[in-house]
Structures are given as C-alpha cells and as structure tokens.
Design a protein around this ligand. Sequence first.
Ligand code: FAD
Length: 390
Amino acid sequence: MTRIAVAGGGIGGLAAALHLLQAGFDVQVYEQAPRIGEVGAGIQISPNAARLLIRLGLKSALDRAGVRPQAVHQKRWDDGRTLQRAPLGAAVEETFGAPYYHVHRGDLVELLAAALPPERLHLSHRLVDVAETGGRVTAQFENGASAEADLLVGADGIHSRVRHILFGAEKPRFTGCVAWRGLVPAERVRHLGIEVASHNWMGPDGHVVHYWVGAGRFMNVVCVTEHGAWTDESWTQKGRVDEALARYEGWHPMVRGLIEAFPETFVWALHDRLPLPRWSEGRITLLGDACHPMLPFMAQGAAQSIEDGATLAAVLTAMQGDVPAALARYEALRKPRATRLQEASSANRIRFHLPDGPAQEQRDAALAASGDRSMANIGWLYAHDAGQGT
Ligand code: FAD
C-alpha cells in the first residue's frame, strides 16, 4: 500500500489526509504545533469545496458548525447602497449541488481533525528536511524523529519548508495590503439587523467583508486597506481599534459600528507569492498555500487546498500508485485553476479598492448588470468537482 506523509495539519493537509485515507492509502500527518488549532476568524466554504467535504462525510458537522448565507452583497462604502445582491442559500445549492457555508476557522480544523484517526496525526513534528533516495522519501523532524514514505506532500503553508527545500529560498511578497480582523459577539450587533449573507463594502483604498460564523454567535469582520507601513505577517499581532476606525473615516455607520464593536482586533500584512513554475520533484509535492498562496479576495485559498487533496487522491488511485506519473497529472489538473484564482484574487484588489470616479462607475454598472451566481457567471468556480475527471 502506498505510504503518504503529509507535512502540515492545517485545512489543506487535514482535508488531503482524509481524501487519501478514503481512497485507501496509508497516510500519516505531521504537524509542527503541539495541537491542532486556528486563529479566531471566519472562512467561506463555497460549493466547490463543500461538495468535497460532504463526500468525506462531514455534512452534519458542517451543518452544525456553519452558517448558510442567503446572498452576497457588494456595497458602496459611504451610503451603504447594495450594488449587487447575488443569491446564495437554496439557489446556489440547487444550481451547484452543494451549499455555501460560513464557518469559524477553529470549528473547521476541529471537525477535520476529529475525522482523522488519532494515531495518524503526529503533533509537535516540525519538518526540517526531506530527501528522496531509491524511490523512498525520508522526512526529518526537529524533535529528532524521522519518517519514511512513498510520497511526501508539503501542506505546510505560505512559509513552506518543503517548498524551500525543493525550489530554494524565496520570501513571500508583501502585497501592500494590511488587514484588521475582529470577531464580534452577536448580541453587540444584533440591533443592526444584518442579513445572514456575505457583505463586501468597497471603497477608495480599502474594503470590508463581514459575515456570521460560529452557528450565528459571532460576526466575522475583516477590514482591508492599502497601507504600506505595516509588514508583520503574524496572525496573532494585536492591533488598535481606534487605528482601524481612523482608517475608515467617512465610511457608512454600519461599517464603523462593526469596528467599534470589536472586543479586540488583530492586524496583519497580507502576503502572496507569484505562481511557481512547478509543484513537484520526484516523489515530493506541494499543496495549498505552500504552492499557490493568494490574496483572500476570491475567498478561495482554503477551498483550493481542499480541491488539491481531492485531486491528488483521485490521480493516485487512477495511476495505481505510480507516484511520479500521478504527480505530473495532479499538477497538470490543478495548476492552471489555482493560478487563475491567484490572478483573479489580485485583480479583485484593484476592483475592490477603486477611488470614486469613472472606473468605479464602470465597475458598479457591470455589477448591477450581472448580479447573480448562475452557472454562466460562476459555474467555472462552483460547479467544479476536483475529485472527478482524472
Ligand atoms: P495553512 O493553513 O497555513 O496550514 C499550514 C500548516 O502547516 C499549519 O498548521 C502549520 O502549523 C503547519 N506547518 C508549517 N510548517 C510546518 C513544518 N515545517 N512542519 C510541519 N508542519 C508545519 N480561503 C477560503 O477558501 N475562504 C475564505 O473565506 C478565506 N478567507 C481568508 C481570509 C483571510 C484574511 C486570509 C488571510 C486568508 C483567507 N483564506 C480563505 C485563505 C486560507 O486561509 C488559506 O488559503 C488556507 O488556510 C491555506 O491552508 P493550508 O493548509 O494550505 O495552509
């Protein structure tokens, strides 16, 4: 039986392990942290990823933890006008065969980890080196342990050690965008009467996204601004609510009300990387942010990492354990789509942050004219089944 080592127990690594196990492979996950966990923030799971998680048997867990938004609103920053309300909810589920969820990141990794047999998860295992000899891969960990496998998958995030070992040192790029995030308890903002939807407020040099998570107990709010001065990537750096508020001077009272309701805020600089020429070398490959980190402006980074794992399991099954051939196919199937999403995410940075003027008017007119999540508009993204078509 093909033995597979997955380095990294984030959303991508855990989902890949579950897909690979379901396909009958012998999988072990090595995570550097002493426990599985995530920062207090939300994540959007669109139908292309939801259908894969459902196939892993996670539907009832997602239904319990998640919120099903009824729509996506694109809004104007100052007067709060909805420029486009595209239905999600039942409409998107009927069209694409899977729901759209909003989930707390902690809940998502917990439900993924709970589905993995505990003996297959090795915590406090930070991969420091990996080498391939004689058709076998050996991984070395900081704690002195080592592991042998027929395939190693680097699902170790934007600072991937595996990527560094395969393709050399290269720092992620600071995109120039800085984000503040907050999780607002529902009781603080219930009076604002905010629809159970995804709300994207677009304005000069910034945008604000918010949606309900934690089965409706919290409003997840992320405020992004063009602000070159802050470059710290840490997700746990506390920020100041008054600084965030100052940046959104003149924005609609609902945006300011949400920021004012932050119990605390975290600030971090958004980074990405250019598309890699290739993802694999011999019996070692990459997955998720390790190979295609992107700005979060298509809400697709985690979804794409979930798709990667489904495709990897499918091609390994189809190629009956011929690992190098399967990795070539994996890359051929996955790279164009992930690259398209990296580019679309960067393009949304420009679209979301336009100053008022002719380009913004053009954008708003286009939004008003094509206001739905129909097969024609978003089918390429939501209808895709990454576990099929190998
Ligand atoms: P990570 O989540 O970074 O996980 C990597 C794991 O590897 C970690 O657990 C880490 O501890 C471990 N690790 C690292 N190095 C080692 C090592 N040497 N050895 C062992 N383990 C190691 N995506 C969406 O799909 N929808 C969204 O709505 C969305 N919103 C976002 C909002 C923001 C503000 C941001 C910044 C991102 C958003 N994303 C979203 C993107 C998404 O968060 C990432 O794409 C996703 O978390 C990547 O998962 P991953 O498993 O590849 O990497």
